[in-house]
Design a binder for this molecule. Structure first.
Ligand code: DAH
Length: 346
């Protein structure tokens, strides 16, 4: 019985052919798989008369080898076939279509330029965390607990207690947090700029956004004066906006500086005669500045009798908008490559 079936299967296998993967799989299922005829025949061997078993076993093994060899053959033919098909459709000698090239974001271009100018004046670059403790964003910077100045900057809190504590966690509202971290870990002289992303709970519009960028600056040493601040900002403005640029420091208030001043530069679009960008005033504001409040120095472990310093903070979006005449903040975050491409080499 078994011997007859073996002969039939040998004929069947020799005659069979496959032309695709599905047929190959059907062949495998029929002969080789655990549920295939070979398994069944080997099982049947147990009930065959003892004296025939040896001979039958040999025949079955031969059948098994035949099935496996055929399977290998079929498999190779199909694989080669698909390679041939592929090379018939892909012409490897065709010239390559170049991939689309990206471009530096205008904010990155301006940030790099700001860094470059200050680095040449001897400032190094420091970074700090965007998720920050109240202490670094407010308390160490001389914002009294519950002082309304905290409301100047609509804060995104991550964890907040009833009464403000130094342990509250928030998204930093300015890069001034890095000043504190730097002063805590480094002895003067300190001369550093700190670029970074900041967050405020503001409705998004052409003129306001909840995420934007600042570059903070800090210079602490013996006898640093307001004149040093003025000279530094003046040099920066000329390098950034052109050699005829003037600056104006307008009295202002920040808890962490005393005295404090708003930084204006003469409008480089109209040269000061008045235009839409400067709202016909001849001046545009780019940031805040001042002499570091002695309380801040003391909070950070620096002796305010020995050292003085100046600090400033500027808006990168603001400078970029002025420089390129961009009138809507939202363009920066829409990621439209056509917008971003316009600033290369500008
Ligand atoms: N932190 C201020 C703001 O975000 C900007 C600023 C003003 C930074 C004066 C300073 C400074 O370091 O001295 O509005």
């Amino acid at each position: 019985m078994i011997a007859d079936r073996v002969r039939e299967y040998i004929v069947e296998i020799e005659k069979s052919s496959v032309s695709n993967k599905e047929e190959l799989e059907a062949f495998r299922m029929r002969f080789i798989s655990k549920k295939g005829v070979l398994t069944e025949l080997f099982d049947g061997l147990k009930s065959a008369p003892a004296e025939d078993r040896r001979a039958l076993g040999q025949e079955l093994n031969a059948l098994k080898n035949l099935a496996q060899d055929r399977f290998k053959e079929f498999n190779e033919t199909i694989e080669n076939g698909s390679e041939k098909e592929l090379s018939a459709t892909v012409d490897l000698s065709l010239p390559v279509t170049p991939g689309e090239q990206g471009a530096l974001h205008p904010l990155s271009i301006v940030k790099r330029r700001i860094i470059e100018i200050f680095e040449r004046m001897g400032f190094n670059v420091s970074y700090g965390p965007e998720i920050e403790k109240d202490w670094y964003n407010f308390s160490a910077l001389n914002f009294a607990d519950n002082h309304p100045a905290r409301e100047m900057q609509d804060t995104f809190f991550i964890s907040k207690s009833e009464v403000a504590t130094r342990e509250d966690v928030l998204l930093r509202t300015h890069t001034s947090n890095v000043q504190v971290r730097l002063m805590e870990r480094q002895k003067p002289p300190i001369r550093s700029i700190m670029p970074g992303r900041v967050f405020r709970n503001e409705a998004i519009s052409a003129r306001a956004h909840c995420v934007f960028h600042q570059v903070e600056g800090l210079y602490i040493d013996r006898s640093v004066s307001f004149k040093d601040l003025k000279d530094t900002l003046y040099h920066f403005a000329k390098e950034m906006f052109g050699k005829d640029t003037k600056i104006r420091l307008r009295p202002s208030y920040f808890p962490f500086t005393e005295p404090s001043a708003e930084i204006d530069v003469s409008c480089f679009i109209c040269g000061g005669s008045g235009c839409n960008i400067c709202k016909h005033s001849g001046w545009v504001e780019i940031g805040g500045s001042g002499m570091v409040d002695p309380n801040v120095l003391e909070n950070c472990g620096i002796d305010s009798n020995e050292y003085t310093g100046f600090a400033f903070g500027m808006g990168v979006e603001r400078i970029t908008m002025l420089r390129y005449g961009i009138n809507d903040l939202r363009l920066f975050t829409e990621n439209d490559i056509r917008f971003i491409r316009q600033f290369q080499g500008a």
